[in-house]
Design a protein around this ligand. Structure first.
Ligand SMILES: O=C(O)CCC(=O)C(=O)O
Length: 276
């Protein structure tokens, strides 16, 4: 069991970082997320999962692993993580989703330009989500770090751009924002050391190139919603929420972070449902 460090001012964003997130649609907080020993334990836990991951499945596709691996919730719901999003979402917070996007060295796939909101339009109302992208490995321009296009959360089509198909064999998703709806030349790389994170708004355009380097690039997305956001009740058989902090304002069904929800994963598999 991980020691839950008390809410600490050190993980809270500075007023400048909060303002930057709101204006630019992302932030690169200073400082590491977890104490060294807790981060080391997370990387070891992930490495064991990856070693057991079916060889015919891509390692970029480890979506909602916390539904069947409650140990992960000890990190996802740790105060060190929730403190990062509280200034952005307010005091009442639910854990919405997590995803390991692990690009192996040499042939890690690109993540096409997208807005998370475009994938979640049917799931969440209103569309308010903050993602903590935690680097498990160094994440650099050489090994395919994530890039964000600033201010797109609040300009143009505000998270609901037009999309076109891309080659699924080389990409993590099969669609991408059309060129006319993005400005790649403004893209900012989110260069991170292990145990550091970026934060992004669901509407912000982002993506990442392939990993052709000789260093693995793994990020864990941990996604939170304010508790006034409703998960579409029609999806209750395939997605669950967890209380991260504060109140369950809409009295939505909540999952127990210590339990294994393998039946939910089974429905997702049968219905080819992915949250992103
Ligand atoms: O890991 C990446 O390169 C992209 C991450 C992403 O799409 C996300 O966090 O929503």
């Amino acid at each position: 069991m991980i020691t839950q460090t008390p809410t600490s001012a050190s993980n809270r964003l500075s007023p400048e970082e909060i303002a930057h997130y709101k204006t630019e649609g992302y932030a690169l907080p200073k400082g590491q997320v977890f104490p060294d020993d807790e981060f080391k334990a997370l990387v070891e836990h992930f490495d064991a999962k990856l070693a057991a991951w079916p060889k015919d499945k891509r390692p970029e596709a480890m979506d909602t692993p916390h539904f069947t691996d409650p140990k992960l919730n000890e990190w996802a719901l740790a105060p060190a993580v929730v403190d990062l999003v509280e200034p952005l979402l307010g005091p009442d917070i639910l854990l919405f989703s997590t995803h390991f996007i692990c690009k192996p060295k040499g042939d890690g796939r690109r993540v096409p330009w997208h807005e998370d909101s475009a994938y979640w339009g049917r799931m969440l109302d209103p569309m308010e989500v903050a993602t903590v992208w935690l680097a498990l490995d160094p994440s650099t321009e050489e090994n395919g770090c994530m890039y964000v296009i600033p201010r797109t959360h609040n300009t143009g089509k505000r998270g609901f751009s037009d999309y076109e198909g891309v080659d699924k064999a080389t990409s993590v998703f099969d669609t991408e924002i059309v060129k006319a709806d993005r400005k790649d030349e403004l893209a900012v790389p989110c260069i991170l050391q292990p145990n550091h994170c970026s934060l992004h708004d669901a509407r912000t355009q982002h993506g990442s190139p392939p990993n052709t380097s000789d260093i693995r690039r793994c990020g864990w997305t941990i996604r939170f919603i304010p508790a006034h956001v409703r998960l579409n009740p029609d999806l209750a058989d395939r997605h669950v929420l967890y209380q991260a902090r504060g109140r369950n304002l809409l009295d939505q069904p909540l999952a127990d972070p210590t339990k294994n929800y393998s039946h939910i994963m089974e429905v997702r598999r049968k219905k080819h449902f992915g949250a992103h």
